[in-house]
Design a binder for this molecule. Structure first.
Ligand SMILES: [Zn+2]
Ligand SMILES: [Zn+2]
Length: 111
């Protein structure tokens, strides 16, 4: 521990006290910052989850995940992609005869 800090005018005891306060303040602030950034990260993750969920469930209940066109009974009927399990519309899907299932254009390209 270097004792030659420039705290002229203070006694050793006072200087020590000041140092302690500063250090405690610093570590408290650091803890607080860590806590905040952790919280922020959690919130971000939560936000991501939410947007993915809303895409998957609510949004995808009514609209095609690939072209965003709304599903309508018969005219643009909803079907589920075998690979990604998203709901897709007629024009975004292709029928796989072998598997007797629909897959979306994106998954087809990925195959
Ligand atoms: Zn579509
Ligand atoms: Zn797919």
């Amino acid at each position: 521990m270097g004792r030659k800090l420039d705290l002229s005018g203070l006694t050793d005891e006072e200087a020590e006290h000041v140092l302690q306060v500063v250090q405690r303040d610093f570590s408290l602030r650091k803890k607080e910052e860590e806590r905040l950034s952790e919280m922020k990260q959690k919130l971000d993750e939560e936000g991501n989850k939410c947007s993915i969920l809303s895409k998957q469930q609510k949004f995808n209940e009514h609209c095609c995940i690939r072209c965003c066109s709304p599903f309508t009974f018969l005219i643009n009927s909803k079907r589920q992609c075998q690979d990604c399990k998203y709901n897709i519309c007629k024009s975004c899907s292709t029928y796989q005869k072998k598997e007797k299932a629909w897959i979306c254009s994106v998954c087809q390209q990925a195959r």
